[in-house]
Design a protein around this ligand. Structure first.
Ligand SMILES: *[C@@H]1O[C@H](CO)[C@@H](O)[C@H](O)[C@H]1NC(C)=O
Ligand SMILES: *[C@@H]1O[C@H](CO)[C@@H](O)[C@H](O)[C@H]1NC(C)=O
Ligand SMILES: *[C@@H]1O[C@H](CO)[C@@H](O)[C@H](O)[C@H]1NC(C)=O
Ligand SMILES: *[C@@H]1O[C@H](CO)[C@@H](O)[C@H](O)[C@H]1NC(C)=O
Length: 509
């Protein structure tokens, strides 16, 4: 019954059809899979969980780089950071890499009305100060006005003063303009859907800003996450034998007023347990807040709308003694992905196969049938429309797919550094291109995660012979990546094999 329905959908989608489905593409900033539907026990996300009950829920999805702008440009063009020449916030791919077609642009060029609300492209140079309008969007992208207070001193302190704090539960009525950015975005998105009268299907992208730091969210969401119920991660220490280059010193947390007061030792911490708990509480509360907004949004979509929920990357919450993104740890790279195709599923279909964020664009092309499938980008290409990912439409069946040929055998992530030892200036967490001296490349297979931190040249070449650090984790016995096993004699053959695979890269797995 089910497969037939899907086949039907796909079949008709490929032909010139009746009516193509709308797409609602939701991107939640910095959201790791801390959701009920991912069995995260401290979650309170009833709205997303309800949608997930009749959706494909992907369990192994990874960002290509755990930083907003590079990750977003990567999945919005289906190209890797190396192909976009973007590892920071300061270049626009059409100027420096190639006139690559974006995900919304492709829908726009194929009969869709495309609209951006909130943070889809990273604002600024990386999207030409326009969110790539007009190429990607049919109308000028919407940004909530109150986002201008995002790092302002608006967080109430105990003594009645206002601070630029990390932890920032607020009474919305007391905030400047009595609203929060994501509430404004919700309003805009709902009125877009409600007022939509055109015959063309729409592609509506909604980018929520939370749970990105600072954790500024309506205070009432704290009640779902009482402090005494928050559990600290078991692995709150630096992995044994972790090379210093792999460490991200969470500079962006330390510069907040409330964190500065704590005098946390630099660069490795530790963060006091009490504060770790508050950070987890705040992140989870901000997630519940976004879940509430998502619930209010999806109420308005009709039965002809495919809904996708994902994130640009994850966020470490004390695991490995780490916080934030800025690394190759899976806590920073792993993201949720939920796809709801109307009237298709009666229950959740979990997909355990590896998926990379670059796969979303080619997959949504196949699911909607907006055009013929995208072709794989040839090596070193300037081709405008192609993919460096792989459509996962083949995985969308009513039971898990075990066949190896259908699955990616590995996923790739990378992270740049200015130095081998963590530092504030240039910022180890967010080096600008001119300061990047090292690139950390990671491959993750079903059994291992292997990384090499190597010399990066300013002309976008790398020197694999100059290695500053290596990591090897045995995922089968150490899924949390707590023990770096590099140099372990029993694993030397594995290490060699993974090294070859890593250096060959994503095209060859
Ligand atoms: C880039 O692509 C767009 C859309 O196809 C096209 O309009 C534009 O002329 C191209 N720009 C360049 C420099 O090729
Ligand atoms: C980027 O912005 C500049 C300045 O507004 C404009 O001249 C240029 O055409 C834009 N590039 C693209 C590809 O839209
Ligand atoms: C942090 O350091 C400052 C200056 O050294 C000191 O005055 C303050 O008491 C310290 N605070 C804590 C919480 O240790
Ligand atoms: C890139 O830079 C490195 C180091 O400066 C140099 O050895 C290499 O030849 C350069 N490669 C190209 C293609 O220019």
């Amino acid at each position: 019954m089910f497969s037939y329905k899907l086949l039907f959908l796909l079949f008709f989608a490929q032909k010139v059809v009746l009516k193509k489905p709308n797409v609602l593409f939701i991107v939640v900033d910095d959201l790791r899979p801390n959701l009920g539907c991912y069995n995260y026990k401290n979650a309170y996300t009833p709205n997303i969980d309800k949608l997930a009950k009749s959706s494909f829920v992907f369990n192994n999805v990874f960002a290509q780089q755990a930083l907003c702008a590079p990750s977003r440009n990567s999945f919005l063009t289906s190209r890797r950071p190396d192909s976009l020449k973007l590892y920071d916030f300061y270049s626009y791919w059409r100027d420096v890499a190639g006139n690559f077609t974006t995900f919304p642009q492709h829908f726009k060029e194929n009969g869709y009305y495309t609209k951006s609300v909130g943070k889809i492209f990273h604002p600024g140079v990386t999207s030409n100060y326009t969110d790539d309008f007009p190429l990607s969007w049919s109308e000028i992208p919407f940004h909530p006005k109150s986002e201008k207070y995002k790092n302002a001193a608006v967080c109430p302190n105990k003594d009645g003063t206002l601070g630029k704090n990390l932890i920032c539960p607020v009474w919305v009525d007391n905030q400047p303009s009595q609203t929060l950015p994501d509430m404004e975005s919700l309003k805009e998105a709902v009125s877009f859907i409600s007022d939509y009268k055109k015959n063309d299907p729409y592609f509506l992208a909604v980018g929520f800003h939370k749970p990105h730091v600072p954790f500024r969210f309506p205070i009432e969401y704290l009640k779902y996450h009482p402090l005494e119920k928050i559990e600290l991660p078991q692995n709150r220490w630096r992995p044994s034998l972790l090379p210093t280059v792999a460490w991200n010193p969470w500079n962006d947390l330390r510069r907040r007023d409330d964190m500065k007061l704590l005098n946390i030792s630099y660069p490795f911490g530790p963060m006091p347990d009490k504060i770790t708990k508050k950070i987890i509480q705040s992140y989870n509360s901000a997630t519940t807040y976004i879940d509430d907004l998502i619930g209010k949004l999806i109420k308005h979509v009709d039965k002809n709308t495919i809904t996708v929920i994902t994130a640009d990357h994850g966020w470490s919450m004390g695991e490995h003694g780490e916080f934030s993104k800025f690394s190759n740890f899976q806590t920073a790279t792993k993201v949720p992905l939920i796809i709801n195709i109307p009237n298709l599923l009666q229950n959740t279909i979990y997909i355990d196969n590896f998926v990379e964020l670059v796969d979303i664009f080619p997959s949504l092309v196949d699911i909607t049938g907006v055009s013929k499938p995208l072709e794989l980008c040839p090596f070193g290409t300037k081709m405008e429309l192609c993919t460096e990912g792989r459509s996962f439409v083949r995985l969308l069946k009513d039971k898990p797919i075990k066949k190896k040929t259908l699955s990616k055998t590995a996923i790739f992530t990378q992270y740049p550094r200015p130095s081998t030892y963590p530092q504030k200036k240039p910022d180890s967490d967010r080096p600008t291109l001119k300061d990047i001296k090292i690139m950390g490349y990671s491959i993750k297979t079903p059994k291992f995660r292997y990384s090499e931190w190597i010399k990066f040249n300013q002309n976008f070449t790398v020197d694999w012979n100059t290695i500053y650090g290596k990591e090897l984790y045995d995922i089968t016995i150490d899924p949390e990546e707590n023990m770096n096993l590099i140099g372990h004699p029993e694993l030397s053959n594995i290490e060699k094999r993974l090294q070859v695979k890593l250096r060959l890269g994503w095209r060859y797995v």
